[in-house]
Design a protein. Structure first.
Length: 154
């Protein structure tokens, strides 16, 4: 297994009662609710990528963004791990709207559709919403099955 990693971002816009999720319409993770994010381009910082991806996928621009976590995802049979930097967005400009890639929708914290999200989200998203910082690693047998994982507050 190589140590190659792909650098990615993931933004969650939320307040004390709601979180904005996007229904992924195409590509990796299509058909799942998720935060907004994607690949870091060679010439940008991780935070710049997070801001750009949020704007491209939801139409909003964060005015307050902070890194909350770092997660590594390994998929059995894929030599490239995904290193995902998770950001919190509390304030933004614009109104969320549907794009080619995502359809945004607000959910109450108590009604997050975990069954329609990546299986790892139910482990770390509650920490995120509790404003904790965390890091973890998830090893998937396939896109629906976690073989092993580790997660800790930092």
């Amino acid at each position: 297994m190589s140590n190659a990693k792909k650098l990615l971002t993931l933004c969650f816009v939320y307040d004390s009662s709601r979180v904005l999720l996007g229904m992924k319409k195409r590509g990796f993770g299509a058909g799942r609710w998720n935060g907004f994010g994607g690949k870091v381009n060679g010439d940008e910082t991780i935070e710049e990528a997070a801001v750009r991806e949020l704007r491209e996928e939801s139409g909003i621009a964060p005015t307050n963004i902070s890194q909350r976590g770092a997660l590594t995802f390994v998929f059995t049979g894929d030599p490239v791990a995904l290193e995902v930097h998770v950001f919190a967005v509390g304030e933004y400009e614009g109104e969320p709207h549907e794009t080619e890639e995502m359809r945004p929708q607000w959910f109450l914290h108590s009604e997050i559709p975990f069954d329609l999200m990546w299986p790892d989200d139910r482990y770390w998203l509650p920490l995120f919403l509790a404003r904790k910082k965390f890091e973890g690693e998830f090893v998937f047998a396939d896109q629906n099955t976690i073989k092993e994982h580790s997660l800790k507050e930092v």
